[in-house]
Design a protein around this ligand. Structure first.
Ligand SMILES: Cc1cc2nc3c(=O)[nH]c(=O)nc-3n(C[C@H](O)[C@H](O)[C@H](O)COP(=O)(O)OP(=O)(O)OC[C@H]3O[C@@H](n4cnc5c(N)ncnc54)[C@H](O)[C@@H]3O)c2cc1C
Length: 475
Protein backbone atom coordinates (compact mmCIF):
# COMPACT_ATOMS: atom_id res chain seq x y z
CA UNK A 1 0.00 0.00 0.00
CA UNK A 2 1.33 3.45 -0.89
CA UNK A 3 0.57 5.81 1.97
CA UNK A 4 2.07 9.04 0.67
CA UNK A 5 -1.15 11.01 1.01
CA UNK A 6 -2.00 9.96 4.56
CA UNK A 7 -1.56 12.61 7.23
CA UNK A 8 -2.37 11.92 10.86
CA UNK A 9 -2.23 14.23 13.85
CA UNK A 10 -0.85 13.63 17.32
CA UNK A 11 -0.17 15.60 20.49
CA UNK A 12 3.29 14.11 20.93
CA UNK A 13 5.47 12.51 18.26
CA UNK A 14 8.30 10.48 19.76
CA UNK A 15 11.09 9.62 17.32
CA UNK A 16 13.02 6.55 18.47
CA UNK A 17 11.89 3.64 20.63
CA UNK A 18 14.92 3.18 22.92
CA UNK A 19 14.88 3.65 26.72
CA UNK A 20 14.58 7.41 26.20
CA UNK A 21 11.79 7.31 23.62
CA UNK A 22 9.57 4.46 24.77
CA UNK A 23 9.61 5.62 28.39
CA UNK A 24 8.75 9.17 27.29
CA UNK A 25 5.92 7.83 25.12
CA UNK A 26 4.40 5.78 27.94
CA UNK A 27 4.62 8.63 30.46
CA UNK A 28 3.07 11.09 27.97
CA UNK A 29 0.24 8.60 27.29
CA UNK A 30 -0.24 8.18 31.06
CA UNK A 31 -0.84 11.95 31.12
CA UNK A 32 -3.71 11.48 28.63
CA UNK A 33 -1.81 12.89 25.68
CA UNK A 34 -2.25 11.34 22.26
CA UNK A 35 1.15 9.83 21.50
CA UNK A 36 2.73 8.39 18.36
CA UNK A 37 6.05 6.56 18.60
CA UNK A 38 8.12 5.93 15.46
CA UNK A 39 10.86 3.30 15.46
CA UNK A 40 12.89 2.38 12.43
CA UNK A 41 14.63 -0.73 13.69
CA UNK A 42 13.62 -2.51 16.89
CA UNK A 43 11.68 -1.46 20.00
CA UNK A 44 13.98 -1.07 22.99
CA UNK A 45 16.67 0.70 20.95
CA UNK A 46 20.38 0.15 21.40
CA UNK A 47 20.05 -0.75 25.06
CA UNK A 48 17.73 -3.71 24.72
CA UNK A 49 18.82 -4.92 21.29
CA UNK A 50 22.52 -4.15 20.89
CA UNK A 51 23.81 -2.78 24.20
CA UNK A 52 23.00 -3.14 27.89
CA UNK A 53 20.93 -6.31 27.75
CA UNK A 54 22.76 -8.56 25.26
CA UNK A 55 26.10 -7.49 26.75
CA UNK A 56 24.99 -8.30 30.28
CA UNK A 57 23.57 -11.64 29.13
CA UNK A 58 26.91 -12.55 27.52
CA UNK A 59 28.84 -11.28 30.54
CA UNK A 60 26.76 -13.46 32.84
CA UNK A 61 27.27 -16.53 30.65
CA UNK A 62 31.01 -15.86 30.40
CA UNK A 63 31.16 -15.52 34.21
CA UNK A 64 29.40 -18.85 34.68
CA UNK A 65 31.85 -20.59 32.33
CA UNK A 66 34.87 -18.90 33.85
CA UNK A 67 33.84 -19.54 37.46
CA UNK A 68 33.14 -23.19 36.76
CA UNK A 69 36.52 -23.56 35.08
CA UNK A 70 38.50 -21.83 37.81
CA UNK A 71 36.94 -23.19 41.00
CA UNK A 72 39.71 -25.64 41.98
CA UNK A 73 40.30 -23.73 45.24
CA UNK A 74 36.71 -24.53 46.14
CA UNK A 75 37.20 -28.21 45.37
CA UNK A 76 35.29 -28.01 42.12
CA UNK A 77 36.92 -29.44 39.01
CA UNK A 78 35.25 -28.71 35.68
CA UNK A 79 36.31 -28.01 32.15
CA UNK A 80 33.35 -26.14 30.67
CA UNK A 81 32.88 -26.01 26.90
CA UNK A 82 31.02 -23.03 25.45
CA UNK A 83 28.48 -23.68 22.70
CA UNK A 84 28.50 -20.20 21.19
CA UNK A 85 25.44 -20.85 18.99
CA UNK A 86 23.31 -22.04 21.92
CA UNK A 87 24.58 -19.11 23.98
CA UNK A 88 23.60 -16.64 21.23
CA UNK A 89 20.13 -18.25 21.07
CA UNK A 90 19.63 -17.86 24.81
CA UNK A 91 20.82 -14.23 24.71
CA UNK A 92 18.51 -13.48 21.74
CA UNK A 93 15.62 -15.01 23.70
CA UNK A 94 16.27 -12.63 26.60
CA UNK A 95 16.35 -9.69 24.19
CA UNK A 96 13.15 -10.80 22.40
CA UNK A 97 11.28 -11.15 25.68
CA UNK A 98 12.17 -7.60 26.68
CA UNK A 99 11.61 -5.94 23.31
CA UNK A 100 8.26 -7.71 22.93
CA UNK A 101 7.41 -6.36 26.40
CA UNK A 102 8.18 -2.81 25.31
CA UNK A 103 5.84 -3.08 22.33
CA UNK A 104 3.06 -4.52 24.49
CA UNK A 105 3.50 -1.89 27.19
CA UNK A 106 3.35 0.93 24.64
CA UNK A 107 0.18 -0.47 23.10
CA UNK A 108 -1.43 -1.15 26.49
CA UNK A 109 -0.82 2.48 27.42
CA UNK A 110 -2.51 3.64 24.20
CA UNK A 111 0.64 4.70 22.32
CA UNK A 112 0.27 4.49 18.52
CA UNK A 113 3.25 2.64 17.09
CA UNK A 114 4.59 3.28 13.61
CA UNK A 115 7.45 1.30 12.13
CA UNK A 116 9.52 3.53 9.87
CA UNK A 117 12.14 6.25 9.69
CA UNK A 118 11.04 9.73 10.70
CA UNK A 119 12.44 13.01 9.44
CA UNK A 120 11.14 16.52 10.02
CA UNK A 121 9.37 18.15 7.09
CA UNK A 122 8.34 21.35 8.86
CA UNK A 123 8.12 22.92 12.30
CA UNK A 124 5.13 20.76 13.24
CA UNK A 125 5.30 17.96 10.67
CA UNK A 126 7.35 14.85 10.11
CA UNK A 127 7.51 12.40 7.23
CA UNK A 128 7.78 8.74 7.98
CA UNK A 129 9.31 6.40 5.42
CA UNK A 130 8.17 2.84 5.86
CA UNK A 131 10.63 0.07 5.25
CA UNK A 132 10.33 -2.39 2.36
CA UNK A 133 9.27 -2.04 -1.25
CA UNK A 134 6.15 -0.07 -2.01
CA UNK A 135 5.48 0.78 1.63
CA UNK A 136 5.68 4.49 0.90
CA UNK A 137 5.50 7.45 3.23
CA UNK A 138 3.08 9.02 5.62
CA UNK A 139 3.01 12.39 7.36
CA UNK A 140 2.36 13.19 10.99
CA UNK A 141 1.39 16.60 12.33
CA UNK A 142 2.43 17.10 15.92
CA UNK A 143 2.00 19.62 18.70
CA UNK A 144 5.20 18.49 20.42
CA UNK A 145 8.04 16.21 19.35
CA UNK A 146 10.54 14.28 21.45
CA UNK A 147 13.71 13.34 19.58
CA UNK A 148 15.14 10.13 21.05
CA UNK A 149 17.18 8.80 18.14
CA UNK A 150 20.14 7.69 20.26
CA UNK A 151 23.68 7.12 19.10
CA UNK A 152 25.79 4.79 16.98
CA UNK A 153 29.39 3.54 17.19
CA UNK A 154 32.06 5.87 15.82
CA UNK A 155 34.07 4.50 12.92
CA UNK A 156 37.79 5.18 12.66
CA UNK A 157 39.74 5.67 9.42
CA UNK A 158 40.83 2.44 7.70
CA UNK A 159 38.53 0.31 9.89
CA UNK A 160 35.13 0.28 8.15
CA UNK A 161 32.71 -1.96 10.03
CA UNK A 162 32.36 -5.35 8.34
CA UNK A 163 31.13 -8.34 10.35
CA UNK A 164 33.81 -10.66 8.94
CA UNK A 165 36.71 -8.49 10.04
CA UNK A 166 35.93 -5.25 11.87
CA UNK A 167 33.30 -5.51 14.58
CA UNK A 168 31.30 -2.70 16.14
CA UNK A 169 29.97 -3.50 19.62
CA UNK A 170 26.72 -4.44 17.90
CA UNK A 171 28.47 -7.00 15.69
CA UNK A 172 30.37 -8.42 18.65
CA UNK A 173 27.14 -8.89 20.59
CA UNK A 174 25.45 -10.47 17.58
CA UNK A 175 28.25 -13.00 16.94
CA UNK A 176 27.58 -16.70 17.33
CA UNK A 177 31.23 -17.74 17.39
CA UNK A 178 34.14 -16.76 19.60
CA UNK A 179 37.20 -15.65 17.59
CA UNK A 180 40.50 -17.26 18.54
CA UNK A 181 42.30 -13.92 18.48
CA UNK A 182 40.50 -10.64 19.13
CA UNK A 183 42.05 -7.18 19.06
CA UNK A 184 39.96 -4.58 20.85
CA UNK A 185 40.58 -0.95 19.99
CA UNK A 186 39.64 1.25 22.95
CA UNK A 187 39.72 0.57 26.70
CA UNK A 188 36.64 2.56 27.64
CA UNK A 189 33.73 0.83 29.34
CA UNK A 190 32.43 -0.96 26.24
CA UNK A 191 35.93 -2.12 25.23
CA UNK A 192 36.66 -3.36 28.75
CA UNK A 193 33.33 -5.15 29.21
CA UNK A 194 33.63 -6.95 25.88
CA UNK A 195 37.31 -7.82 26.16
CA UNK A 196 36.66 -9.39 29.56
CA UNK A 197 33.71 -11.32 28.16
CA UNK A 198 35.52 -12.68 25.11
CA UNK A 199 38.60 -13.55 27.17
CA UNK A 200 36.39 -15.57 29.54
CA UNK A 201 34.75 -17.26 26.56
CA UNK A 202 38.16 -18.41 25.37
CA UNK A 203 39.53 -15.76 22.98
CA UNK A 204 43.10 -14.44 23.12
CA UNK A 205 42.44 -10.73 23.63
CA UNK A 206 44.73 -7.75 23.04
CA UNK A 207 43.50 -4.27 23.91
CA UNK A 208 45.04 -1.32 22.10
CA UNK A 209 44.47 2.07 23.71
CA UNK A 210 45.76 5.49 22.73
CA UNK A 211 45.81 6.76 26.34
CA UNK A 212 48.04 5.35 29.05
CA UNK A 213 45.47 3.35 31.02
CA UNK A 214 42.04 1.73 30.93
CA UNK A 215 38.78 3.54 31.74
CA UNK A 216 39.97 7.16 31.50
CA UNK A 217 37.24 8.71 33.66
CA UNK A 218 37.84 6.55 36.74
CA UNK A 219 40.18 6.99 39.71
CA UNK A 220 43.55 5.23 39.66
CA UNK A 221 42.81 2.67 42.39
CA UNK A 222 39.53 1.75 40.69
CA UNK A 223 41.27 1.14 37.36
CA UNK A 224 44.12 -0.76 39.01
CA UNK A 225 41.87 -3.51 40.36
CA UNK A 226 40.06 -3.98 37.05
CA UNK A 227 43.20 -3.84 34.92
CA UNK A 228 45.11 -6.34 37.00
CA UNK A 229 42.16 -8.75 37.04
CA UNK A 230 41.94 -8.39 33.24
CA UNK A 231 45.65 -9.16 32.99
CA UNK A 232 45.15 -12.26 35.16
CA UNK A 233 42.57 -13.37 32.60
CA UNK A 234 45.32 -13.17 29.97
CA UNK A 235 44.25 -9.90 28.34
CA UNK A 236 47.27 -8.05 26.94
CA UNK A 237 47.25 -4.25 26.99
CA UNK A 238 49.14 -1.92 24.65
CA UNK A 239 48.81 1.66 25.82
CA UNK A 240 49.87 4.80 23.96
CA UNK A 241 49.03 3.26 20.58
CA UNK A 242 46.31 4.19 18.12
CA UNK A 243 44.99 1.75 15.51
CA UNK A 244 46.11 3.14 12.17
CA UNK A 245 45.70 0.45 9.54
CA UNK A 246 44.20 -2.93 8.81
CA UNK A 247 45.66 -5.59 6.55
CA UNK A 248 44.05 -8.80 5.43
CA UNK A 249 46.48 -11.69 5.49
CA UNK A 250 45.74 -14.50 3.06
CA UNK A 251 44.01 -17.33 4.86
CA UNK A 252 45.34 -16.38 8.31
CA UNK A 253 43.11 -13.54 9.39
CA UNK A 254 43.99 -9.88 9.70
CA UNK A 255 46.72 -7.63 11.03
CA UNK A 256 46.01 -4.51 13.02
CA UNK A 257 48.71 -1.87 12.65
CA UNK A 258 49.08 0.67 15.46
CA UNK A 259 51.11 3.82 15.78
CA UNK A 260 52.43 5.73 18.78
CA UNK A 261 52.52 9.53 18.89
CA UNK A 262 56.15 9.33 17.72
CA UNK A 263 55.17 7.27 14.70
CA UNK A 264 56.42 3.93 16.03
CA UNK A 265 54.45 1.05 14.48
CA UNK A 266 53.36 -2.28 15.94
CA UNK A 267 51.42 -5.10 14.31
CA UNK A 268 48.91 -7.45 15.98
CA UNK A 269 47.56 -10.57 14.30
CA UNK A 270 43.85 -11.24 14.82
CA UNK A 271 40.76 -12.97 13.51
CA UNK A 272 38.53 -10.04 14.38
CA UNK A 273 39.08 -6.49 15.52
CA UNK A 274 36.47 -4.81 17.70
CA UNK A 275 36.45 -1.02 17.46
CA UNK A 276 35.04 0.53 20.64
CA UNK A 277 36.22 4.12 20.58
CA UNK A 278 32.99 5.91 21.47
CA UNK A 279 29.57 6.76 20.13
CA UNK A 280 28.13 9.64 18.10
CA UNK A 281 24.59 11.03 18.06
CA UNK A 282 22.09 10.06 15.35
CA UNK A 283 20.91 13.44 14.07
CA UNK A 284 22.07 13.46 10.47
CA UNK A 285 19.02 11.67 9.03
CA UNK A 286 16.42 13.76 10.87
CA UNK A 287 16.40 16.78 8.55
CA UNK A 288 16.51 19.00 11.61
CA UNK A 289 16.75 22.13 9.48
CA UNK A 290 13.24 21.52 8.17
CA UNK A 291 12.03 22.00 11.75
CA UNK A 292 14.36 24.96 12.29
CA UNK A 293 16.76 23.09 14.56
CA UNK A 294 20.52 22.91 14.45
CA UNK A 295 22.65 20.44 16.41
CA UNK A 296 25.78 21.65 18.20
CA UNK A 297 29.15 21.33 16.46
CA UNK A 298 29.56 17.83 17.94
CA UNK A 299 26.20 16.74 16.50
CA UNK A 300 24.40 16.50 19.87
CA UNK A 301 21.18 18.42 20.52
CA UNK A 302 21.47 20.93 23.33
CA UNK A 303 18.64 20.97 25.84
CA UNK A 304 17.55 22.69 29.04
CA UNK A 305 16.63 21.00 32.34
CA UNK A 306 13.34 19.82 30.85
CA UNK A 307 14.96 18.43 27.71
CA UNK A 308 13.68 21.33 25.59
CA UNK A 309 15.73 22.26 22.53
CA UNK A 310 15.98 25.74 21.02
CA UNK A 311 12.41 25.19 19.82
CA UNK A 312 9.81 25.40 22.58
CA UNK A 313 7.81 22.44 21.28
CA UNK A 314 10.69 20.07 20.42
CA UNK A 315 12.49 18.07 23.11
CA UNK A 316 15.52 15.76 22.93
CA UNK A 317 16.31 12.99 25.38
CA UNK A 318 18.88 10.24 25.81
CA UNK A 319 22.14 9.75 23.94
CA UNK A 320 21.19 12.23 21.23
CA UNK A 321 21.21 14.95 23.91
CA UNK A 322 24.74 14.07 25.09
CA UNK A 323 26.25 12.94 28.39
CA UNK A 324 25.63 10.94 30.42
CA UNK A 325 25.01 8.46 27.59
CA UNK A 326 23.36 5.82 29.76
CA UNK A 327 20.04 4.04 29.53
CA UNK A 328 18.76 5.07 32.96
CA UNK A 329 19.64 8.72 32.24
CA UNK A 330 17.77 8.48 28.91
CA UNK A 331 14.68 7.11 30.65
CA UNK A 332 14.66 9.79 33.32
CA UNK A 333 15.08 12.50 30.67
CA UNK A 334 12.20 10.92 28.75
CA UNK A 335 9.93 11.06 31.82
CA UNK A 336 10.83 14.69 32.50
CA UNK A 337 10.21 15.74 28.88
CA UNK A 338 6.83 13.98 28.81
CA UNK A 339 5.76 15.58 32.09
CA UNK A 340 6.94 19.00 30.91
CA UNK A 341 4.83 18.61 27.75
CA UNK A 342 1.87 17.69 29.97
CA UNK A 343 2.36 21.05 31.67
CA UNK A 344 3.89 19.77 34.89
CA UNK A 345 6.81 21.55 36.58
CA UNK A 346 9.14 18.63 35.87
CA UNK A 347 12.89 19.22 35.68
CA UNK A 348 16.04 17.15 35.78
CA UNK A 349 17.29 17.70 39.30
CA UNK A 350 19.06 14.44 40.05
CA UNK A 351 21.70 14.97 42.69
CA UNK A 352 23.68 12.13 41.21
CA UNK A 353 23.46 9.78 38.24
CA UNK A 354 25.02 6.38 38.95
CA UNK A 355 27.07 4.48 36.43
CA UNK A 356 28.30 0.93 36.31
CA UNK A 357 30.92 -0.97 34.37
CA UNK A 358 30.29 -4.70 34.19
CA UNK A 359 33.91 -5.76 34.19
CA UNK A 360 35.44 -8.29 36.59
CA UNK A 361 35.04 -7.06 39.24
CA UNK A 362 32.27 -4.60 38.49
CA UNK A 363 32.61 -0.87 39.08
CA UNK A 364 29.82 1.29 40.41
CA UNK A 365 30.19 5.01 40.90
CA UNK A 366 27.84 7.79 41.89
CA UNK A 367 28.16 11.44 42.85
CA UNK A 368 31.52 13.01 43.63
CA UNK A 369 34.97 11.56 44.07
CA UNK A 370 37.10 12.95 46.91
CA UNK A 371 38.97 15.22 44.45
CA UNK A 372 35.75 16.46 42.86
CA UNK A 373 34.23 17.15 46.28
CA UNK A 374 37.29 19.20 47.28
CA UNK A 375 37.18 21.05 43.94
CA UNK A 376 33.53 21.91 44.60
CA UNK A 377 34.46 23.51 47.91
CA UNK A 378 33.44 20.70 50.28
CA UNK A 379 35.68 19.52 53.08
CA UNK A 380 35.56 15.85 52.11
CA UNK A 381 36.01 12.88 54.39
CA UNK A 382 36.42 9.40 52.97
CA UNK A 383 35.68 5.99 54.44
CA UNK A 384 36.68 2.67 52.91
CA UNK A 385 36.05 -0.98 53.43
CA UNK A 386 38.39 -3.34 51.56
CA UNK A 387 36.61 -6.44 50.34
CA UNK A 388 39.22 -8.70 51.91
CA UNK A 389 37.71 -7.68 55.28
CA UNK A 390 34.18 -8.63 54.18
CA UNK A 391 32.91 -12.01 55.34
CA UNK A 392 30.55 -12.23 52.38
CA UNK A 393 33.30 -11.43 49.87
CA UNK A 394 35.43 -14.20 51.39
CA UNK A 395 32.57 -16.69 51.10
CA UNK A 396 32.28 -15.72 47.43
CA UNK A 397 36.04 -16.09 46.93
CA UNK A 398 35.99 -12.52 45.56
CA UNK A 399 38.19 -10.28 47.67
CA UNK A 400 39.65 -7.81 45.13
CA UNK A 401 38.16 -4.36 45.48
CA UNK A 402 36.65 -1.95 47.96
CA UNK A 403 33.67 0.18 48.87
CA UNK A 404 34.41 3.87 49.33
CA UNK A 405 32.06 6.55 50.54
CA UNK A 406 32.73 10.27 50.26
CA UNK A 407 30.99 12.73 52.56
CA UNK A 408 31.14 16.34 53.63
CA UNK A 409 33.04 16.27 56.93
CA UNK A 410 31.27 19.05 58.83
CA UNK A 411 27.71 18.06 57.89
CA UNK A 412 28.23 14.34 57.29
CA UNK A 413 26.14 14.48 54.09
CA UNK A 414 26.99 11.69 51.68
CA UNK A 415 28.37 13.13 48.44
CA UNK A 416 29.51 10.11 46.46
CA UNK A 417 30.80 6.60 46.32
CA UNK A 418 33.08 4.34 44.31
CA UNK A 419 32.65 0.61 44.52
CA UNK A 420 34.84 -2.05 42.93
CA UNK A 421 33.29 -5.39 43.83
CA UNK A 422 31.06 -8.18 42.64
CA UNK A 423 27.56 -6.66 42.27
CA UNK A 424 28.99 -3.13 42.45
CA UNK A 425 26.24 -2.19 39.97
CA UNK A 426 23.70 -3.08 42.67
CA UNK A 427 25.65 -1.84 45.70
CA UNK A 428 26.03 1.64 44.24
CA UNK A 429 22.25 2.14 44.42
CA UNK A 430 22.47 2.40 48.22
CA UNK A 431 24.92 5.29 48.02
CA UNK A 432 22.82 6.91 45.27
CA UNK A 433 19.76 6.72 47.50
CA UNK A 434 21.73 8.24 50.38
CA UNK A 435 22.74 11.18 48.18
CA UNK A 436 19.20 11.74 46.87
CA UNK A 437 17.73 11.59 50.40
CA UNK A 438 20.32 13.91 51.88
CA UNK A 439 21.39 11.12 54.22
CA UNK A 440 24.45 11.50 56.43
CA UNK A 441 27.23 9.05 57.25
CA UNK A 442 25.47 8.43 60.58
CA UNK A 443 22.27 7.48 58.71
CA UNK A 444 24.13 4.95 56.57
CA UNK A 445 26.22 3.62 59.46
CA UNK A 446 23.11 3.39 61.67
CA UNK A 447 21.12 1.38 59.13
CA UNK A 448 21.24 -2.26 60.14
CA UNK A 449 22.43 -4.31 57.17
CA UNK A 450 21.86 -8.02 56.67
CA UNK A 451 24.81 -10.27 57.52
CA UNK A 452 26.68 -11.64 55.68
CA UNK A 453 26.25 -9.40 52.65
CA UNK A 454 28.37 -7.21 50.45
CA UNK A 455 26.15 -4.27 51.33
CA UNK A 456 27.49 -4.39 54.88
CA UNK A 457 30.64 -2.94 53.35
CA UNK A 458 28.72 0.27 52.61
CA UNK A 459 27.79 0.54 56.30
CA UNK A 460 31.38 -0.24 57.31
CA UNK A 461 32.76 2.37 54.89
CA UNK A 462 30.45 4.97 56.47
CA UNK A 463 31.61 3.90 59.95
CA UNK A 464 35.20 4.11 58.74
CA UNK A 465 34.65 7.68 57.53
CA UNK A 466 33.38 8.50 61.04
CA UNK A 467 36.39 6.81 62.68
CA UNK A 468 34.12 4.14 64.15
CA UNK A 469 34.65 1.07 62.00
CA UNK A 470 34.65 -2.26 63.82
CA UNK A 471 36.03 -4.58 61.16
CA UNK A 472 38.73 -2.35 59.66
CA UNK A 473 41.31 -0.07 61.21
CA UNK A 474 40.03 3.50 61.38
CA UNK A 475 41.73 6.37 59.62
C1 LIG B 1 27.61 -2.37 24.06
C2 LIG B 1 26.84 -1.36 24.88
C3 LIG B 1 26.60 -1.63 26.21
C4 LIG B 1 25.88 -0.71 26.98
N1 LIG B 1 25.66 -1.00 28.30
C5 LIG B 1 24.98 -0.12 29.05
C6 LIG B 1 24.67 -0.41 30.41
O1 LIG B 1 25.03 -1.47 30.93
N2 LIG B 1 23.98 0.50 31.12
C7 LIG B 1 23.56 1.68 30.57
O2 LIG B 1 22.94 2.48 31.28
N3 LIG B 1 23.81 1.99 29.29
C8 LIG B 1 24.50 1.11 28.52
N4 LIG B 1 24.73 1.40 27.19
C9 LIG B 1 24.26 2.70 26.67
C10 LIG B 1 22.76 2.63 26.34
O3 LIG B 1 22.55 1.61 25.40
C11 LIG B 1 22.31 3.97 25.78
O4 LIG B 1 22.66 5.00 26.66
C12 LIG B 1 20.80 3.99 25.59
O5 LIG B 1 20.40 2.97 24.70
C13 LIG B 1 20.35 5.34 25.05
O6 LIG B 1 18.97 5.32 24.87
P1 LIG B 1 18.27 6.24 23.77
O7 LIG B 1 16.81 5.99 23.91
O8 LIG B 1 18.77 7.61 23.88
O9 LIG B 1 18.81 5.71 22.36
P2 LIG B 1 18.81 4.27 21.70
O10 LIG B 1 18.69 3.20 22.68
O11 LIG B 1 20.00 4.28 20.80
O12 LIG B 1 17.48 4.26 20.83
C14 LIG B 1 17.31 5.10 19.74
C15 LIG B 1 16.30 4.48 18.81
O13 LIG B 1 15.94 5.41 17.82
C16 LIG B 1 15.76 4.74 16.58
N5 LIG B 1 15.89 5.74 15.52
C17 LIG B 1 17.00 6.46 15.20
N6 LIG B 1 16.71 7.33 14.21
C18 LIG B 1 15.40 7.16 13.91
C19 LIG B 1 14.52 7.78 13.00
N7 LIG B 1 14.92 8.76 12.18
N8 LIG B 1 13.24 7.35 12.95
C20 LIG B 1 12.80 6.36 13.77
N9 LIG B 1 13.59 5.75 14.66
C21 LIG B 1 14.87 6.16 14.74
C22 LIG B 1 16.87 3.68 16.59
O14 LIG B 1 16.57 2.62 15.72
C23 LIG B 1 16.85 3.26 18.06
O15 LIG B 1 16.01 2.15 18.27
C24 LIG B 1 25.41 0.49 26.39
C25 LIG B 1 25.64 0.76 25.04
C26 LIG B 1 26.35 -0.16 24.29
C27 LIG B 1 26.57 0.13 22.83
Amino acid sequence: MVMGDVTTGTDVLVIGGGPGGYVAAIRAAQRDLDVTLVEKDAYGGTCLNHGCIPSKALIHAADVAHEAGTAEDLGIHADPAVDAVALADWKDGVVDQLTGGVEKLCKANGVTLIEGTAAFSGEHTARIAHGGDGQGMESVEFEHAIVATGSRPIEIPNFPYAEETVWSSRDALGADAVPDRLVVVGAGYIGMELSTTFAKLGADVTVVEMLDDVLPTYEDDVKRVVRSRAEELGIEFSFGEGASDLREVDGTGIEVVTETEDGEESVYGADRVLVAVGREPVTDTLELDAAGLEPGSDGFLETDVQGRTDLDHVFAVGDVAGDPMLAHAASREGIVAAEAIAGEPAALDAQAVPSAVFTDPEIGTVGLTEAEAAAEGFDPVVGEMPLRASGRALTMNETDGFVRIVADEPSGYVLGGQVVAPEASELIAEIGLAIEMGATLADVAGTIHTHPTLSEAVMEAAENAMGQAIHTLNR
